[in-house]
Design a protein around this ligand. Structure first.
Ligand code: ZN
Length: 502
């Protein structure tokens, strides 16, 4: 019935099979079997068993699975507790990452050269409460330490080294009082040996810490690369552990801001929400984003329905723009992203089934037509027939014998009001591109670094991302805001609200 080697699948159907002789049927079955074997082998190819680059591997379990069985979810996400491709290669040694206990440490071989000194004096006497006057005696220096700080010059930036001196003064009452550097939040860091105390007694100043955060979060550089960069271009040597500490400090300083941002998102008229797979150590987690026009909040957690409920609460007044994931279905005022449906239509149109091709092409054309008509502000004489045609085509295909066609038709019918909400409510966008764009930065980070390691790391990363993306949406510089926030957190001052560009 067709040339040897190539099977023409489009011409096969039940009637053709029924007309075949038993011998022909066996022959055909064998060839179909061979083809199925080849295809399933091709599906199981990845960077470990073919010449494909590692970047083509999915971020979830399928990578090294010899059986080709994706243990993940229907939509390709990791299941809870799945293993990232990188973690499969070597058996775990049981050691923690980083320097091992007892390993030889490294020290700065020469003390830092300070360019100038900055003195700090006590304001009031610690014993009688009298305010110090200019002429009160400075007895000695209680402590002094060097701080590296990023400074803006007329034509760029440099890193300066300032010695901060904390002086002791004697009051008229005869007692002495020492000035001391500010102390901020103490953050408990799970299984770490030392908890993280935010304090002004720190080698890295707030602006330099913000600069390091920008290199890591916005420009995707590893701790080691940042170290190399600072040595090469500024002649400043900082240990990888010091850089890591800066990033964690910024995360801790940003965390209290997230609660404020979440309130603002909840109160807005149109809220976008989306989620993407994320790695936390060897755990498969999900990175969620909820955002309004001016505010974004990221959250790393499970994919359970409660996560979105915890983020948004039960009683949001605005509209939610989402993809088709079930967690969002409980919200009545919802716009479904049409770009997702158009992509499903394109996949169907590119398939082999003639009915699927027709239905897919037709769906894509009508959905695009609807988006265009709404954008051009057409009235109901144009809009209603398009919707009627869409609905009719889906009803025609909802009991189709092919599962993919049937599933898409039913999906559209079941979610109909969320699909066409934007036709009557002009504040609603027809796609969820806003949220998908906001997730881009994190998706690139996941591919480069395989996510975060710990619960604390995830919380810090999500908080930093929230502040950076919110500033970006408000057209203000995130890094000077982060530097200011860190400076305040190190002296236990409450953070300032994220500014809005005027
Ligand atoms: Zn006194």
């Amino acid at each position: 019935m067709e040339s040897k080697g190539q099977l023409d699948l489009t011409r096969m159907n039940r009637a053709v099979f029924e007309a075949l002789e038993p011998a022909q049927l066996v022959e055909l079955t064998c060839r179909l079997h061979t083809m199925a074997m080849e295809l399933s082998e091709r599906l199981a190819l990845n960077s470990t068993n073919s010449s494909r680059p590692p970047s083509s591997d999915p971020p979830f379990g399928g990578g090294g699975d010899a059986t080709g069985n994706d243990v993940g979810r229907r939509d390709g996400g990791p299941s809870e507790g799945a293993t990232p491709p990188g973690a499969k290669a070597a058996p775990p040694s049981g050691r923690k990452p980083g320097k091992q206990p007892g390993a030889k440490g490294t020290w700065r071989d020469a003390p830092l050269k300070t360019e100038r000194t900055e003195s700090h004096w006590p304001v009031v006497c610690g014993h009688c409460g009298r305010a110090f006057e200019m002429w009160d005696a400075v007895v000695r220096t209680a402590e002094a330490f060097a701080v590296l700080e990023l400074e803006r010059t007329d034509c760029g930036i440099r890193i300066g080294c300032v010695q901060h001196r904390y002086e002791v003064m004697r009051c008229a009452c005869g007692r002495e009082t020492a000035a001391s550097p500010g102390i901020g939040v103490l953050s408990f860091q799970g299984d770490r040996k030392r908890h993280l105390l935010l304090t002004e007694r720190s080698l890295v100043g707030p602006s330099l810490a913000a600069f390091i955060t920008a290199l890591a979060v916005r420009h995707h550089q590893s701790r080691r690369r940042i170290r190399e960069f600072l040595v090469t271009w500024f002649g400043v040597a900082l240990a990888v552990g010091t850089l890591d500490r800066c990033l964690r400090e910024v995360g801790v300083a940003c965390e209290p801001i997230v609660e404020d941002l979440l309130e603002e998102v909840r109160a807005s008229g149109v809220i976008h929400a989306d989620e993407t797979p994320w790695w936390q150590g060897v755990l498969g987690r999900w990175l969620w984003v909820v955002l309004s026009a001016t505010t974004a909040v990221f959250h790393i957690g499970s994919r359970r329905h409660e996560e979105i409920r915890d983020l948004l609460g039960d009683a949001i007044l605005g509209w939610l723009v989402t993809d088709g994931y079930g967690a969002y279905r409980d919200y009545a005022r919802r716009q479904r992203c049409l770009a997702h449906l158009i992509r499903k239509g394109i996949a169907l149109a590119g398939g082999l089934h003639p009915d699927g091709i027709r239905f897919g092409e037709w769906l894509v054309r009508e959905l695009r037509g609807l988006i265009k008509a709404v954008a051009e502000d057409k009235d109901h004489t144009i809009l209603n027939p398009i919707q009627a045609r869409l609905k009719r085509a889906c009803k025609l295909h909802r009991d189709h014998e092919t599962e993919k066609i049937r599933a898409l038709a039913r999906e559209i019918l079941n979610d109909w009001s969320a699909i066409v909400a934007f036709v009557t409510n002009h504040a609603l966008p027809p796609t969820n591109n806003e949220a998908e764009r906001a997730l881009r930065l994190a998706v690139i980070a996941r591919r480069l670094s395989f996510g975060t390691r710990t619960e604390e790391g995830s919380a810090a990363y999500a908080a930093t991302l929230s502040v950076v993306e919110t500033c970006r949406r408000r057209r203000v510089d995130p890094w000077s805001y982060i530097a200011d926030t860190l400076a305040r957190a190190r002296t236990d001052l409450h953070h300032l609200p994220v500014p809005v560009a005027v």
